[in-house]
Ligand binder design. Structure first.
Ligand code: ADP
Ligand code: MG
Length: 457
């Protein structure tokens, strides 16, 4: 029985309180208790608990109350009571005269926790990044769908595995270190390499976060992102920058070589004229080799970025016609017929000498691809209001598939006297004119090169 001195205080509490005698009859009940239990106070006082709430007899509550009485020890628990659709937090205090029960309706709180729980679950399951959790030994406790997709295992597989099985052997020690730091409470960010179930190596960026439960670390969360695309873009960028730097260097060296080369050629000519015929053979070799050096330096020079002053409004169809005339005699030697179809085009702002170099390279390559003769067609037309389209098509030997993917690799040549620099400079010049260049080729059928250049009015 509750000391009556406290009664008034109890009435005002929002917690429900009631007392039972040793026969489980209500001896006291405050307003809050009656309200929460949806009963009138008068209907409870003097009545038996189990008669009043018959459904509680088969319930958890029944055993907890009996346990408290039997052991004369307070018992605290939470429970759901279906007849009232209510969650309760219950604290019982037994004495030899009976049981006093403090209780709260925690349904709202529970619902809130449940909602929060669902929010977290959805953050976990619907995350586009791979999210997973480990126990402290590094074994997977849960993984989301993105993780299953990224590494190609099902969750059931993961639950038998530790992180050591999905990182590459070289990375294991590093990752173990990061994991153990996270397991000691320090969030870790790092990049590593994971192995897909099919053996592919995947570059990933990982975050490991300690999981704490009541101030104790019980596991580690992981979030991982596949960064392969990003890595590749980064590599391409570095490669482009490197090529540009090398190109500029090559061009400036080529420029320096040109002047002495010219004087050497001049003097060689002079010596040749005053010397006897028996040395002619050597002079021819010297001239040939010098010619080759000249050709290489000529091509490398194009790698220098054209200066703004080099850009002029020019008629491209005129440039192409000139190149066709220039290469006419070579075509004749190869028994190649050049068929042209060149429409009138608006003038565009361009570096004319560089574009000339482009058409020389492409038409020369086309001619050289047909050692037994054939036909090269050169078309130029207005594709639409803002694009000029130029095509050089041959019926030659074609470009090997492996090389087609790496066009522009410097010094790749299949020709005895080739430099392997023509396509690299061609691609670069077109890029500097903000155009595109595409190669399609079938071995033994021929090659088509298609250039689109923007009209800049
Ligand atoms: P080069 O002509 O000095 O060899 P390029 O850079 O112009 O250097 O061309 C590189 C290589 O690409 C050539 O050696 C050749 O194997 C191949 N190639 C280029 N254009 C064609 C083409 N139209 N048909 C077949 N192969 C070609
Ligand atoms: Mg060439």
């Amino acid at each position: 029985m509750v000391n009556s001195g406290y009664l008034e205080h109890f009435e005002r509490l929002t917690d429900g309180i009631y007392s039972l005698d040793i026969d489980w009859n209500f001896t006291y009940c405050n307003d809050a208790a009656a309200r929460i239990l949806k009963q009138k106070k008068e209907d409870l006082l003097g009545k038996n608990l189990w008669e009043q709430f018959p459904q509680a007899v088969d319930h958890h509550l029944y055993f907890q109350y009996h346990k408290a009485m039997r052991e004369q020890q307070p018992v605290f628990f939470e429970m759901y009571y279906p007849p009232l659709d209510t969650w309760f937090n219950i604290r019982t205090f037994p004495s030899i005269t009976g049981l006093t029960v403090y209780f709260q309706d925690i349904t709202e709180q529970r619902r809130h926790t449940k909602e929060l729980d669902e929010h977290y679950k959805s953050l976990f399951h619907n995350n586009i990044d791979a999210v997973f959790s480990f126990n402290l030994s590094g074994y997977y406790l849960s993984v989301n769908l993105a993780m299953e997709k990224m590494l190609g295992y099902y969750e059931t597989d993961f639950l038998q595995m530790s992180f050591e099985q999905v990182v590459t052997p070289e990375e294991t020690e590093r990752v173990k270190l990061f994991f153990s730091k996270a397991a000691q409470g320090e969030t870790q960010n790092y990049e590593t390499k994971a192995i897909h179930q099919n053996g592919d190596i995947i570059d990933v960026k990982v975050t490991n976060i300690p999981i704490t439960l009541e101030d104790k670390i019980v596991g580690v969360y992981g979030i991982a992102k596949d960064i392969r695309t990003f890595k590749r873009a980064e590599e391409v960028l570095i490669q482009t920058k490197k090529l540009r730097a090398v190109g500029e260097l090559a061009a400036s060296i080529a420029h320096e070589i040109r002047n002495p080369l010219t004087s050497i050629k001049g003097f060689l000519q002079l010596i040749k004229e005053i010397n006897s015929d028996k040395d002619e053979f050597y002079f021819d070799i010297l001239e040939d080799e010098l010619g080759r050096i000249e050709m290489i330096t000529g091509e490398l020079l194009v790698l220098a970025k054209p200066q703004a002053k080099d850009f002029k409004f020019r008629d491209i169809s005129k440039i192409i016609e000139d190149v066709i005339i220039l290469l006419g005699s070579q075509a004749l030697i190869y028994k190649v017929e050049i068929q042209k179809e060149i429409m009138p085009l608006p003038k565009i702002k361009c570096a004319p000498n560089q574009l000339k170099q482009v058409f020389i390279n492409l038409i020369k390559n086309a001619i050289e691809a047909m050692p037994n003769g054939g036909k090269v067609s050169v078309n130029a037309q207005l594709l639409n209001d803002h694009t000029i389209n130029i095509r050089v098509i041959d019926q030659g030997v074609g470009i090997p598939k492996e090389f087609l993917d790496n066009l522009g690799t410097p010094f790749y040549t299949t020709k005895e006297k080739g430099t392997g620099l023509g396509l690299m400079t061609t691609i670069k010049i077109i890029q500097e004119h903000k155009g595109t260049i595409d190669f399609t080729s079938d071995q033994n059928c021929g090659t088509k090169v298609e250039i689109n250049l923007p009209l800049n009015k």
